[in-house]
Design a protein around this ligand. Sequence first.
Ligand code: NOJ
Length: 593
Amino acid sequence: MTDLQQTPSARQDAGRSVPWWSDAVIYQIYPRSFADADDDGMGDLAGVTGRLPYLAQLGVDAIWLSPFYVSPQADAGYDVADYRDVDPLFGSLQDFDTMLAAAHERGIRVIVDLVPNHTSDEHVWFKEALNSKRGSRARDRYIFRDGKGGHGELPPNNWQSVFGGPAWSRLMEVDDGSALGPQWYLHLFDSKQPDLNWENPEVQEEMISVLRFWLDRGADGFRIDVAHGLIKEEGLPDWSGQAGMVEGESPTVEATNIEDEEQARMGGPEESDAGRSPMFDQDGVHDIYRRWNEVLAEYPGNRMLVAEAWVEPAERLARYIRQDEMQQAFNFDFLLAGWDARRMAKSIEESLNAASSVGSPSTWVLSNHDTIRHTTRFGLQDPTNFPKGVGSDDEQPDEALGLARARAATLLMLALPGSAYIYQGEELGLPEHTALDSDVRQDPSFFRTQGAEKGRDGCRVPLPWHSDAPGYGFGDYAASDAGPWLPQPASFKRYAVDRQDGIAGSTLEFYRSALAFRAEYRLGAGILEWSPLNKPGDGVLSFNNGSVLVFANLGTGPVDLPGDHSVALSSSPDAVDDTRLAPNATVWMLPEK
Ligand code: NOJ
């Protein structure tokens, strides 16, 4: 084994009964926006390396990096033109190796993003397909079809792109000599992201080779983009539903109570016509992950796969984490539960049950680069609302209330057994940028919906490291005209790392304490038992995990805390008044000695 293949010190795993990922705290790095080492306004891999001490001090077990591969950046790197190289925007392969070695040196694992559902239209395969005839081997790597209508002028079916507009584009400029005219190609996302044909063995082998490329370099795992989308229903039948990243979003959001939600998920009136979508969660995807599981097993160090699969219900999602498939799947049901005790309790219960039914641990997540930051969502009038972006004309959140609730939700999440994902900046309490100008927005969903969806740029704004530096120290812009690729709101000054580091009660110190406590009490490897004090109907969530009693108040008034326990950690400094817990707060308690 080369040095690069070494996983973090064997010392770390000594005495552990579970693989590292099963209770890991994994920190998501969005490379464009984490730290800019070459001061060009765009974050990079050297920036990650430079901030590893910060991440080690925070106490995370692993980092997951969103794509940094060669890409025209039509979807911020989720449009990959070369899976085996780093885009010069982010550095070089050498920078990756340096970053990975430095992370391992500190005992931090590294998960990279794999985007297997689609390539960029600038990938060599797609360029070849454009220059090849219908029916050719090159076209068969993608999903090309003749159009409907007398001259093939209509798309092959009625599917809509997740980002808005039709999911098909026609090769107008390429006429391959058929009476039917140029073909159409499928893109579930942007037209610059053509879907691969996963029925094609060449595609399957190529992606395994890409897996090996990064495994050989020492990657500890992969986050699998659109893991539920690779196989499409045979015949590509029409479907009247709207494909969304947040599958099942409407029922979850529109439901006014758990019973309504249940009905909607079971296929309530709005959904029954649409049925299960033919583009997602087809049974055939599981064969792919069984093979990948075997590939990973050839490597030492418990390498892992985590599915980005917006799949409901929990039992369907659990199929992705059967013992011979992936190790984890993001728990978007928990993320979608919003600030609502009953939904959260239900999600926790169902997630744990479904995961354990296949012998796997669950995961937990509240924010990522595709969703409104939870600090901001929880400050909206309806804290279960899930807008697709926020602009200055939209309702603006109550920032202080949102932050209090976000910290409370985080403390609740970090006490749950399983693995927890943290999105960069949430440890600072960063809010969404809710007033970005249209002319700086970059998310393709903003353009493909003609601005009806504001999109995801607001959660992707570069991090503030120094309150008094230009660009809040994201890079060093003192002597240049450059600045962060997206403008930061003025409020980021208050949230900058230097304003919080070492300050008792700051969100950063709160996260550091919570992660240290979680590790010390092995909460991620524990077992949840609902406490008799658990009353979701009254806004109170309470459970035991080992000796730790967790108490969260999602209601509107203070609630009594048990007298035989004392508070070990609380989500805000003024959360506890004598023996009562204020609303919008969570505490971890230990039995009185
Ligand atoms: C999910 C990713 O998280 C998102 O950012 C991306 O736009 C889509 N997949 C398409 O790759």
